[in-house]
Design a protein around this ligand. Structure first.
Ligand code: AMP
Ligand code: TRP
Length: 333
C-alpha cells in the first residue's frame, strides 16, 4: 500500500543545504513513488510564532513553493499548499491544545532553544507550536512524516496527542498515529563554521550555511572558508571520531553523492582538506546551481506560484474538511 506523506517547511527565508539534505531531497524521492500520496505544506502559521515582516513573509512563502518545485516536487502529483489557506489547521490545533498536557510541552527542547533565556517574552504560539504541527499531520491521516532530526521530539508529541485523543473519546484508531521518516545518516547538517551547531536559517553569519539561492562563487568561497582541523583527512570512520567539521563536510559530500560516509571517507583518506574541498564545492555546485537557477526562474512568475498554492489549498481543504467534521462530531460540537 502507498504511504500518506505529510511534511512542512517554514517560509522564513534562507532555505539552505540542511533543509535540502535533511528534508526536501526526501520529499522529492517520496513524490516520485507512484503509489504515495504526498502533501507538502508551507507552514506560514508556524512562521509567525516569531516576528515576521509581512512583506518578507509573502516573498518567503513564494520562495518556499519555488524551492519545492525547483527541487523536483511535481505539483500535479503532490499537493503543495500554504497552511493559513486551510482554516481547519488552526481550529484543530485549538481542540488538540485541550488534549495535550503542559508537562509534555514543557519538555520540548526546540522551545527552550528558541525562547532562550527570556521565556516570559516568547509568544504563546512559540510554546504551542508542536500542537499546531500535530494538527497539520493528523488532519490528513498522514502515515509517514519525513523531517530532519530536530523535529523528532515534535513527532513523538504528535503521536502522544493522537493516542490520548483516541483514548479520551473512545475512538480507537480515529486519529492515525504517524511514523517519522528520519534518515539514519545526514539527518543533521551542521554549520560550516562550527561542527557542533546545526546549520540554521537564523544564524547571523551567512558563511555558516550554503543557501539554495547561492551562486557558484558564493558556494566556492563558503567551502573554502569552512572550518576544518589541522590534521590530514581521516583514514576511516573511526578516525572521524571527535572531528566534527570533517564529519559534517564528508557527510554533505556523501549525501549529495548518494553514497555512504564510509566510502566517502575512504575516497579522501589521508589527503589534504584543500583537495577534498575542491571536489566538494564542485559537487555542491553541480547539484545546487540547477536548483538555484530554477528557483530564480520560477520567482519571475508570481502568478504561476500563486496558482500552485490556490490549487493546493483547494485539494487540501477537501481532505481537511471531512476530517474536521468528524473531529467536531466526536468532541460533541
Ligand atoms: P524549517 O526550516 O525549520 O521549517 O525546517 C524544514 C525541514 O528541514 C525540517 O524537516 C527540518 O528538520 C529540516 N532541517 C532544518 N535544518 C536542518 C539541518 N541543519 N540538518 C538537517 N535537516 C534540517
Ligand atoms: N516544525 C517543522 C520545522 O520547523 C515544520 C512543520 C510544521 C512540519 N508542521 C509540520 C513538519 C508537519 C512535518 C509535519 O521544521
Amino acid at each position: 500500500m502507498g504511504k500518506k506523506i505529510f511534511s512542512g517547511v517554514q517560509p522564513t527565508g534562507n532555505l539552505h543545504l540542511g533543509n535540502y539534505l535533511g528534508a526536501i531531497k526526501n520529499f522529492v524521492e517520496l513524490n516520485n513513488v507512484p503509489t504515495n500520496e504526498c502533501i507538502f505544506c508551507v507552514v506560514d502559521l508556524h512562521a509567525i510564532t516569531v516576528k515576521q515582516d509581512p512583506k518578507e513573509l509573502k516573498k518567503n512563502i513564494r520562495e518556499t513553493v519555488a524551492t519545492f518545485v525547483a527541487s523536483g516536487i511535481d505539483p500535479k502529483k503532490s499537493i503543495i499548499f500554504n497552511q493559513s489557506g486551510v482554516a481547519a489547521h488552526s481550529e484543530v490545533a485549538w481542540i488538540l491544545s485541550c488534549v495535550a498536557r503542559m508537562g509534555w510541552l514543557n519538555r520540548m527542547t526546540q522551545f527552550k532553544e528558541k525562547a532562550g533565556k527570556d521565556k516570559e517574552k516568547a509568544s504563546i504560539g512559540l510554546y504551542s507550536y508542536p500542537v499546531l504541527m500535530a494538527a497539520d499531520i493528523l488532519l490528513y491521516d498522514a502515515t509517514h512524516v519525513p523531517v530532519g532530526d530536530d523535529q523528532k521530539q515534535h513527532l513523538e508529541l504528535c503521536r502522544d496527542i493522537a493516542q490520548k485523543f483516541n483514548n479520551d473519546f473512545g475512538v480507537e484508531d480515529f486519529l492515525k498515529v504517524p511514523e517519522p521518516l528520519i534518515q539514519k545518516e545526514f539527518s543533521r547538517i551542521m554549520s560550516l563554521k562550527d561542527g557542533s551547531k546545526k546549520m540554521s536559517k537564523s544564524e547571523i553569519s551567512d558563511l555558516s550555511r550554503i543557501n539554495l539561492t547561492d551562486n557558484e562563487d558564493q558556494i566556492i568561497n563558503k567551502i573554502k572558508k569552512a572550518k576544518t582541523d589541522p590534521l590530514p583527512m581521516p583514514k576511516n570512520i573511526k578516525d572521524l571520531e571527535g572531528r566534527l567539521e570533517a564529519q559534517n563536510l564528508l557527510g554533505i559530500f556523501a549525501s549529495l553523492n548518494n553514497s555512504t560516509l564510509e566510502s566517502s571517507t575512504e575516497k579522501f583518506a589521508g589527503k589534504n582538506f584543500s583537495e577534498f574541498k575542491h571536489e566538494l564545492s564542485e559537487l555542491i555546485v553541480n547539484k545546487i546551481i540547477p536548483i538555484s537557477e530554477e528557483i530564480k526562474k520560477l520567482l519571475n512568475d508570481y502568478s504561476h506560484l500563486d496558482s500552485i498554492l490556490l490549487d493546493g489549498v483547494e485539494k487540501a481543504s477537501k481532505i481537511a474538511s471531512k476530517k474536521i467534521k468528524n473531529i467536531k462530531e466526536i468532541v460533541g460540537f
